[in-house]
Design a protein around this ligand. Structure first.
Ligand code: SF4
Ligand code: SF4
Length: 186
């Protein structure tokens, strides 16, 4: 049969020598490797006490953005859902009513917006597709949980805190986003 790659190696079927039969050199060689690792830098990180430093390209949990007045940016155009290769985004659009101008920036808004984090591959295409700066991926992990249902993030889970009513929480949730936008533009 023709091999798929040239990486296969023929098996050595020669009879074992006396040294090979007593296994001592092989055991010593194995122990040398083990002891050699004792003095190397340990790759294990004591999470959550210590946290890894992520690269600038790291993409974590999504956030639905608001403008500086606290109005929701999302206009429920559906571009993020179309761009999503994992079909993880579901939404329902609604018309903004008179008197709701302080809640929603555009005339249409997402009455329901959900992301299934078990489907999401954190590719960031939803962020790229959005024309309204309404969704972006933060540097926060999706927390672990025991049930599948908990990984369906609703609009309430995803909406960034109000920048006027909760400025500290808003800044924290914003994370390094301004930095990332600058990097994208440059
Ligand atoms: S990050 Fe990628 S997979 Fe996840 S919701 Fe956005 S487009 Fe879909
Ligand atoms: S997040 Fe952006 S792309 Fe997705 S529906 Fe809202 S405005 Fe459209």
């Amino acid at each position: 049969m023709t091999p798929f790659t040239n990486r296969s190696k023929p098996v050595d079927r020669r009879p074992m020598s006396l040294m090979e039969k007593i296994y001592v050199p092989a055991v010593v060689e194995g122990l040398a490797i083990t002891f050699g690792h004792i003095f190397r830098r340990k790759p294990t990180i004591q999470f959550p006490e210590k946290q890894r430093v992520f690269g600038t390209a790291f993409r974590g949990l999504h956030v639905l953005n608001r403008d500086e007045e606290g109005r929701e940016n999302c206009t429920a155009c559906g571009l993020c859902a179309v761009a999503c290769p994992a079909e993880a985004i579901t939404m329902e659009a609604a018309e903004r009513q008179p008197g709701e101008e302080n809640l929603y920036r555009e005339e249409k808004y997402a009455a329901r917006y959900e992301i299934n984090m078990l489907r999401c591959i954190f590719c960031g295409l939803c962020e790229e597709a959005c024309p309204k700066d309404a969704i972006y991926l933060t540097e926060t992990f999706t927390p672990s949980d025991y049930t599948r249902k908990q990984f369906i993030y609703t609009k309430e889970d995803l909406l960034i805190p109000h920048p006027v009513k909760e400025p500290e929480a808003y800044e924290k949730a914003l994370g390094n986003k301004p930095k990332r936008i600058k990097q994208k533009d440059s």
